[in-house]
Design a protein around this ligand. Structure first.
Ligand code: G6P
Length: 461
């Protein structure tokens, strides 16, 4: 690849070894080929600087840009997480449209584009991540940047109907079309993207597989993100999950691990566990449901609401089903280190991954990677998680249907070992081969092939 690779993401790992699949993969990739990683600084600044701050790193450079308190409120909590996040996760009812959110989002993207334009060279490649930066390529092109611009969206691509809720929805089409390669998680996302351009923008699919929008031509492809499966499996055997949780010998374990986000389907999941407990017979072994749901995006109203709702449901279900010596639902509202999470996933008999909408869901893949292949647990997976396109050997459920989920829990707990092993083998083969290294490689290969087409589209009024 000629030129440097410049990765842009809202978060950039600083201080200590990188943690988490994506961050580790991008870190390794930059270590190997060199380049830069650009992201927002951890703390807010009173008056954000117009230049990057450089952080010492051995083989590649890390640059951060500052956000003011106002940027944080309007760009991050506001437009990114109270408008675009609900929009892309099919929760139009939670969209909070405030004029200052849109202005703040554009201001941060414009500022970052100006700062990047100062340092970027024509043969560089800029790989931009996620919905925080939908307009960034457009802003860069408007400043005459000629470098190749790639995008990867980690969350679902909005459908045409979702986009109708966005006041400046025509701009959205121009924003996305300013990239040279648009990477999405699933085939379904690619289909949504094509439909949006076909129906709203007179887009046209060209013979070489690229999409035309006005004078722009760009590639759209799915790259389902993976995990560092080997690394996770190794972490999983370094601890004993049953001991960490102090489980009794015959006690079964159901596990859910998610940021406390309304898209994750946690209230319905807890109700489904409640329904399973309602119907459980006296002779069935006790199955404890552990839900780890660390706080996220506090200050956005919808997140405060979901926290209260979950506390209420877990309290209700425990009040109904607890015994003198057993509390069937354990709900933890804090971060748990990966060193404990991996062995806990391995110890679980059933993994519950039941989002209402999710770009991919890496916990589903971590659950698979952590299992003991000789005696694996069973994955219950929502058909609305991007991971369901690859992990079809899981028990696929509809997260709106509590009875179906309760039934899947019953079936998973009773599943014979032979069937568990067969299903696990198929799941593991996908999770270990289509891992994070494979994802980075396939994206970068496609990015190399995607020729930059530099005519900027004017923004619609
Ligand atoms: C999702 C998004 C990421 C984001 C992460 C955590 O996975 O795709 O871009 O970083 O959630 O959310 P947060 O708001 O804490 O960065």
């Amino acid at each position: 690849m000629s030129g440097r690779l410049i990765v842009v993401s809202n978060r950039v790992p600083l201080g200590g070894p990188p943690q988490g699949g994506l961050v580790v993969a991008l870190h390794e990739c930059l270590e190997e080929i060199g380049g830069l990683w650009v992201g927002a600084a951890g703390d807010t600044a009173e008056a954000p600087s117009q230049t990057f701050t450089e952080h010492d790193e051995a083989s590649y450079r890390k640059l951060t840009f500052e956000l003011s308190q106002e940027d944080y409120a309007n760009y991050y909590l506001g437009y990114a997480n109270a408008v675009l996040w609900p929009l892309c996760h099919r929760r139009g009812d939670l969209i909070d449209l405030q004029p200052e959110y849109h202005a703040g989002y554009m201001a941060v993207n414009e500022r970052l584009a100006g700062m990047l334009a100062e340092i970027v060279e024509p043969d560089d490649r800029i790989w931009i991540h996620d919905y925080h930066f939908f307009p960034l390529a457009h802003c860069l092109r408007a400043r005459g940047v000629k470098a190749s611009l790639g995008f990867f969206l980690h969350i679902p691509f909005p459908t045409r109907t979702d986009l109708d809720a966005l006041p400046n929805r025509d701009d959205f089409l121009d924003w996305i079309a300013a990239f040279d390669l648009v990477g999405l998680q699933t085939q379904a996302d690619v289909a949504s993207c094509l439909e949006v351009y076909r129906a709203m923008g007179e887009g046209e699919m060209l013979l070489d597989g690229t999409l035309r929008h006005g004078k722009r031509r760009f590639a759209v492809q799915s790259f389902p993100i993976g995990i560092d499966a080997q690394g996770f499996a190794e972490t999983a055997v370094r601890g004993n999950g049953r001991e960490i949780l102090n489980l009794r010998p015959a006690e079964k374990l159901l596990i859910g691990i998610d940021r406390l986000d309304y898209s994750k389907g946690l209230p319905n999941r807890m109700r489904a566990v409640g329904q399973y407990l309602d119907e459980r017979s006296e002779n069935d072994p006790r199955a404890t449901f552990l839900q780890i749901a660390p706080p996220t995006r506090e200050g956005v109203e919808a997140y405060d609401d979901i926290r209260a709702e979950l506390e209420r449901i877990s309290g209700q279900e425990n009040g109904k089903h607890s015994d003198l010596d057993w509390t069937p639902i354990r709900y933890i509202h804090q971060m748990v280190p990966r060193e404990s999470l991996a062995p806990i996933l391995r110890a679980a008999n059933v993994g519950l991954v039941t989002p209402m909408a999710d770009g991919m869901n890496l916990v589903a893949k971590e659950f698979v990677a952590a299992q003991d292949a000789g005696d694996p647990g069973v994955l219950i997976l929502s058909r609305f998680a991007g991971a369901a396109e690859q992990l079809s050997e899981a028990l696929i459920v509809n997260p709106f249907d509590m009875a179906e989920m309760a039934d899947a829990i019953r079936r998973a707990l009773a599943m014979p070992q032979t069937e568990r092993r067969q299903r696990h083998e198929a799941l593991a083969s996908s999770v270990f081969s289509e891992n994070i290294g494979h994802w980075t490689q396939t994206y970068l290969d496609a990015f190399r092939r995607a020729a930059p087409s530099v005519t900027p589209m004017p923004l619609s009024a």
